[in-house]
Design a protein around this ligand. Structure first.
Ligand code: R2B
Ligand code: URA
Length: 297
């Protein structure tokens, strides 16, 4: 862990009991007894939609001998489920939403593991989601090696009027390879590659079908060809921040697994049928669960 990047000025007072930590968007505080049952958390699995979290937790419970599922009561922002060492949490769409979930969960892990670096570094984090493929057909599971923004630079935010904060978007390659290995022989098409995180579904992903369009067919294809030539295999909306924040604290084990739902070299609109989309989502669920079983025993 990178202790120098942990906000001890705020967090140490939580451990010493000077003040609680209110995880406002999850509707829970460090003083709430329900968090005692999360102490053994070994993996944090995040996904955009709430329904996917509920489904994942139910599946994990089934596959772990009917282990109980615990829900946090507040569900208007993010949905959370805890079951047998795994905390499942939704993050909404885009980096502004997902960054709130990630920051509160990082604080929660600090609290649950009592600031112990060894225990914190054992926690595995994953985002499991959908994406636009770049030269890949729908239904391919992409395991990300690096998250970048649309200009292929790392995730960054305005630092008031003075500059920008910038974050390292690389994903640990040993984890990416272990995920791919644990689904070997499953028949699911899996690729690894860099992933662009757009701040927008339309403009920062160079779509021509938005209400607002700033691109031409030529500028769109030129961007897609460029990012493809630089090793990008898919486009989504959270990965660069997700890796950037986890790297900032020095978490060593995290990953992103996204299914492609459209091949952006062939079009912009998502025309896959509900049945096809269901199959694509099953792929990433299977890849995730194969790894969870392999890594958590
Ligand atoms: C993938 O899908 C969502 C947009 O449809 C977004 O959250 C993402 O990263
Ligand atoms: N999610 C995205 O952000 N982009 C796509 O093209 C598909 C899913």
């Amino acid at each position: 862990m990178r202790d120098e990047n942990i906000n001890h000025a705020f967090l140490d007072g939580v451990l010493s009991g000077e003040h609680p930590d209110v995880f406002y968007h999850f509707g829970v505080s460090s003083g709430d007894p329900v968090l005692e049952s999360f102490r053994d958390v070994r993996a944090i699995i995040m996904a955009g939609p709430k329904g996917r979290i509920v489904d994942f937790a139910q599946r994990w419970s089934r596959e772990r001998g009917g282990a109980p599922v615990i829900a946090l009561p507040k569900e208007d922002r993010f949905v959370t489920r805890y079951c047998d060492g795994v905390l499942f949490a939704s993050h909404g769409m885009g980096m502004p939403s997902a960054s709130i979930a990630v920051q509160e969960l990082m604080r929660m892990v600090f609290f649950l593991k009592r600031g112990d670096h060894g225990a914190m570094s054992e926690v595995f984090w994953a985002r499991v989601g959908t994406s636009g493929g770049v030269g890949l057909p729908g239904g391919t599971a992409v395991v990300t090696t690096e998250g970048v923004m649309a200009d292929l630079k790392p995730y960054r935010l305005l630092q008031g009027g003075t500059g920008e904060y910038s974050f390292d978007g690389r994903f640990p390659l040993d984890v990416a390879h272990a995920i791919i290995d644990s689904s070997a022989g499953s028949g699911i098409p899996i690729e690894k590659g860099r992933t662009v995180a757009g701040n927008e579904f339309f403009l920062e992903q160079y779509r021509l079908d938005g209400a607002i369009c700033m691109e031409t067919p030529e500028s769109k294809m030129s961007w897609l060809d460029w990012i493809h030539s630089q090793g990008v295999r898919n486009i989504e909306m959270e990965g660069a921040m997700f890796a950037g924040y986890l790297n900032h604290w020095g978490f060593p084990r995290f990953a992103m697994i996204c299914t492609t739902i459209v091949n952006r070299l062939e079009g912009d609109q998502v025309t896959a049928t509900p049945e096809e989309l269901g199959t694509y989502r099953e792929h990433i669920g299977d890849v995730l669960f194969n790894y969870l079983h392999a890594t958590l025993g």
